[in-house]
Design a protein around this ligand. Sequence first.
Ligand code: SF4
Ligand code: SF4
Length: 195
Amino acid sequence: MAKAATTTHSGRTFLEIVNDFTGEKLAACYQCGKCSAGCPAAYAMDLLPHQVIRLIQLGRKDKVLDSHTIWMCASCETCTARCPKDVDLARVMDALRQIAYEEGRTAAESDTVTFQKAFLDWVRRTGRQFESGLVGEYKLRTGHLFQDLDAAPRMMGKLKMVPRRIKGQAAVERIFKKCEKRSAQGDRPADRKGH
Ligand code: SF4
Ligand code: SF4
């Protein structure tokens, strides 16, 4: 395939962009499929993990960034552990989500993005996860107020109703601020690899 067909408006191929972003060398992937065979979220994906890598190699940016797969990935790192070529696919999925988010390609996954934002907001506020607050906040933000209402009685008594802050919450806040600063400076995960 001619390079012109796979380059982005920046003149770099999508493969080069993802390699730079992650510090990975995705050309090394030889499509053995071990990552997909072990992926616990594969059943919910429209592209299997090894197909994502192949499409990146081919420069199919839109197909990859508009896929459900990158939002279905649970970041469990099973694929990373199984890869015989040391491709950190979990890191790649994380980078693809970030690129898609920065390019505003989240309309079809707005509920997923809303859930992730609510999750992070609670971690930032309390230093830990607060399931009741997360569910409530997600429902308020998405308008899905009555979805899964039948599960509520079963959950009562299992979930804490009042959030508790951890002692090191100030340190968590500092981590968030540092991440925001690095992101504003255009820092990429690859810049921190190995540190
Ligand atoms: S396990 Fe590694 S080499 Fe095999 S298909 Fe997946 S990313 Fe490629
Ligand atoms: S990190 Fe994502 S892609 Fe890899 S095995 Fe886990 S869910 Fe699948």
